[in-house]
Write a protein that binds this ligand. Structure first.
Ligand code: HAM
Length: 419
């Protein structure tokens, strides 16, 4: 019978890879805790409306990439394409903002976008996502970017390249939008179908378009920085001051708008030369209007998401020192009594937290030693009839070949050797 395979763009993460995932997650938790962030876990499935309102109807994600379906009760549901909207929904639904509008939250998990799969782009991918709610001050923007870069470096990412921009607010953005609309109007014929269609609804999306003819037009378009209002200009200047204070190198990219509509003021992306310019390893920004847009009070927010697969692809070599998951002890047993003993001792040691393996099939010593070697076991305890009688056995160090005689009745006397 044919084997059923995984869905295109959905990837298995195999046991030999999970050590790296756990290592990166552990670093993320450490760094985020130092900055006062706490974990939140939100569902993978949400009402479609949450993303349509949150991310924006006229974005690629909402228009073409969401996994949306009606469930058996007729409700329109979507596999989350990102975490920001879900986290804000949870923050409002559980009134976290009532007790304290300031919430520093993070989540790690799978997201779903039906994009064209290619290297570094999957239909199920994972994000490490941070959202800081309730802080408007530009120093928080600096702090969030500092935390992101610190985390990326702590897992070995080399030469991160930070681009920043300010997208303005609901006071100055309409003016910029109008100027882009005017600029594009004369070039309509060269725009791709999507950008032409969105000229009225969402002209800024052209900045995020990957079609080469659109990119050429974008290169000549006026940048947003010149049309910022006084407050947004001051806010952006203060963000840059805080980046300078931490010696964070950045490039201002006045044409970076990001692919989601909720951003206001600060937006940023981290790329590296190893992924190509189109593939950011992380992106984020401020979204001061989103909480209100999702039915809550006027609470500002800022956050980012790191693409887990992309980060791992960039740091794979550095993470080679992640300790492999290998047993500390293999008990090789010859004969039934020894096998029963090994079974009992091995499981007892496991209950104490030791990583122990044994082979419960009746096999010769050679086969068992081979298995111990294959599993990467550091030490092997060899037990046969004679050892059962004398209650003593050899504990062999597989790397040095050294052997120590140990007592079978008192494993605690040699357990220290297992580290
Ligand atoms: P985003 O830029 O859409 O932002 O995604 C963030 C990161 O997720 C990207 O930089 C990339 O590394 C990774 N990513 C996105 N799509 C894929 C894919 N198809 N395959 C592999 N990796 C992918 C957001 O999602 C925002 N929610 C970030 C944010 C949080 N802004 C504020 N708070």
């Amino acid at each position: 019978m044919e084997v059923v395979t995984a869905v295109k763009g959905f990837k298995d993460i195999l046991p030999e890879e999970t050590g790296r995932w756990q290592y990166v997650e552990a670093r993320a938790r450490e760094v985020f805790a130092a900055f006062g962030c706490r974990e939140i876990r939100v569902p993978i499935l949400e009402r479609t409306d949450l993303f349509a309102r949150g991310i924006g109807e006229a974005t690629d994600i909402v228009e073409k990439e969401m996994y949306t379906f009606r469930d058996r009760g007729g409700e329109c549901l979507t596999l989350r394409p990102e975490a920001t909207a879900s986290i804000i929904r949870a923050y409002l639904e559980h009134s976290l903002h009532v007790a304290d509008p300031v919430a520093k939250l993070y989540t790690i998990g799978p997201m779903f976008r039906r994009e064209r799969p290619q290297r570094g782009r999957y239909r199920q991918f994972h994000q490490i996502d941070v959202e800081i709610l309730g802080h408007e001050a530009p120093c928080i923007d600096g702090e969030v970017i500092l935390m992101l870069l610190h985390f990326l470096r702590s897992v070995g990412l080399k030469a991160p390249h930070l681009e920043v921009n300010s997208l303005g607010c609901n006071i100055c953005r309409p003016g910029y939008r109008a100027s882009i609309q005017g600029f594009l109007a004369g070039r309509e014929a060269d725009l791709c179908g999507d950008c032409r269609r969105r000229l009225d609804t969402n002209p800024l999306r052209v900045f995020d378009c990957k079609v080469p003819s659109c990119r050429e037009i974008v290169d000549q378009a006026p940048g947003v920085t010149d049309s910022l209002c006084g407050e947004c200009r001051d806010h952006f200047a203060a963000v840059l001051v805080s980046l300078d204070a931490f010696d964070i190198a950045y490039v201002i990219n006045p044409r970076m708008v990001r692919g989601l509509d909720y951003y206001t003021r600060t937006a940023f992306e981290v790329t590296t030369e190893f992924l190509g310019a189109q593939n950011a390893v992380a992106g984020g920004g401020r979204y001061d209007g989103l909480v209100r847009e999702l039915g809550g009070p006027d609470i500002p927010g800022i956050g980012f998401a790191v693409g887990f697969e992309r980060l791992l692809a960039l740091t794979a070599e550095d993470l080679d020192d992640v300790p492999p998951f290998s047993p500390e002890l293999f008990i090789a047993a010859l004969g039934d009594p020894a096998r029963q003993f090994a079974y009992a001792l091995g499981n007892r040691l496991r209950l104490q937290g030791r990583r122990v393996e044994m082979d419960c099939r009746p096999r010769g010593l050679k086969g068992q030693m081979k298995r111990a070697d294959k599993l990467g076991c550091r030490r092997v305890l060899i037990v046969g009839d004679r050892e059962m009688e004398t209650r003593q056995a050899e504990l062999r160090d597989m790397t040095t070949g050294e052997q120590v005689r140990v007592s079978l009745d008192d494993p605690s006397s040699w357990e220290y050797l297992l580290v």
